[in-house]
Design a protein around this ligand. Sequence first.
Ligand code: FES
Length: 103
Amino acid sequence: MARITYITPDGQQVVVEASSGSLMTAAVQNQVDGIEGACGGVCSCATCHIHIDAAWMDRVGPAGDAEAAMLELEDGSTSASRLGCQVPIRPELDGLTVRVVGR
Ligand code: FES
């Protein structure tokens, strides 16, 4: 189980608990504003673009090659960017805060 805090594009904090899936699926299941998950999690839409809190970057890890290529095309992409569908929920992410980039 991991407790994740999403900060939506309009500044609201939404706290979600999840034990499986990804940062995208946990957000979609809890109607977190700004995360759509249009491609179903196959790294081809970027409607799950998030920024990882700097203190958590090491634990979350870097984007893979296909993910990085998608992120290069996105507005608001930074070194903190990840696609939520490519970050599996795991216990060590308990307490993570992410910012939803939105569109
Ligand atoms: Fe489409 Fe993440 S849900 S890229």
